[in-house]
Design a protein around this ligand. Structure first.
Ligand code: ADP
Ligand code: MG
Length: 267
């Protein structure tokens, strides 16, 4: 055990596949009460970084500690229930006839490591409370296949929270949502970010518009390397954003939301 306050601790972490470096030489720490957004273009290595943080991937090089445990020396199967991971890859594996309520409740079984014939009443109550927190309690008896994309995303977040994880990892949860769906998700994630009892959170996105109010830190990633990291307002500058997305960008903050677009050319 070391650095017990650090939920995620990467020291010189790299992931290589053949001659390709997916992420290179990353130093990054996440503390219990922090809410991070990871921003970068397609292919920057965001998902790779999140899979490292989710104990789904081992570093090729460097030291990775998750929840105080060193990856490579700890049983990742014991670690994973303490981490709530939410990704499109996961969504694709869910049978369409699975009931929403059951889907959330069953996330708890991984923790207990056993199957039960009947759902524990407390588990069911907790699942409903989580669905309620995400505004979809009324969908508990619907099947996953009948949900809209936005409802699916919120179901998966409720599921990820079911085990009361110490860290919540969200890989592009707003991808594929329409404007209303995105705004609703941003509002829910903002509530979660502002809840002092909520777990440390890492949200991956490539849109600054999707940064929920209440998020505290940002990490900008380009071609597997960190462009900048630290407090959100320090890191999110036109200069850093332009470097990250490799084009001149204009950044605006309206209220507690961010907006970006390409800079108009002079003349
Ligand atoms: N198994 C693999 N072998 C080689 N390259 C890979 C592999 N997995 C991902 N990549 C590449 O690594 C880069 C980073 O991928 P990823 O972490 O998914 O980026 P992002 O989530 O930011 O879009 C991409 O260029 C991707 O094509
Ligand atoms: Mg990705």
């Amino acid at each position: 055990m070391e650095n017990e306050d650090l939920v995620i601790h990467m020291q010189g972490v790299s992931v290589r596949r053949g001659k390709t470096t997916l992420v290179g030489d990353v130093d990054w720490s996440v503390e219990l009460d922090e809410r991070w957004v990871v921003l970068g273009p397609n292919g920057a290595g965001k998902t790779t970084l999140l899979r490292l943080a989710g104990a789904e991937l081992h570093p090729t090089k460097g030291l990775l500690h998750l929840l105080g445990e060193r990856i490579g020396k700890t049983d990742v199967f014991e670690l994973r229930p303490r981490i709530g991971l939410c990704s499109a890859a996961l969504s694709g594996r869910i049978p369409p006839d699975e009931k929403v309520g059951d889907l959330v409740v069953s996330a708890g079984y991984a923790v207990l490591g056993r199957w039960r014939e009947e759902y524990d009443r407390l588990d069911t109550k907790r699942a409903l409370a989580l669905l309620g927190q995400l505004g979809i309690e009324h969908l508990a008896d619907r099947t996953y296949g009948t949900l809209s994309e936005g409802e699916r995303k919120r179901t998966l977040i409720a599921r990820a929270l079911m085990t009361d994880p110490e860290v919540l990892l969200l890989d592009e949860p707003a991808a594929g949502l329409d404007l209303g769906g995105r705004e609703d998700l941003v509002a829910r994630l903002s509530e979660l970010a502002l809840d002092p009892d909520a777990p440390a959170t890492v949200l991956v996105t490539h849109h600054v518009e999707e940064i929920p109010p209440g998020f505290t830190h940002a990490l900008l990633l380009r071609e597997g390397a960190i462009v900048a990291q630290g407090l959100l307002d320090d890191v999110l500058t036109e200069e850093n954003l332009s470097k990250t997305f490799d084009q001149p960008l204009e950044l605006q903050k309206a209220g507690d939301r961010y907006f970006a677009r390409r800079k108009a050319t002079q003349g």
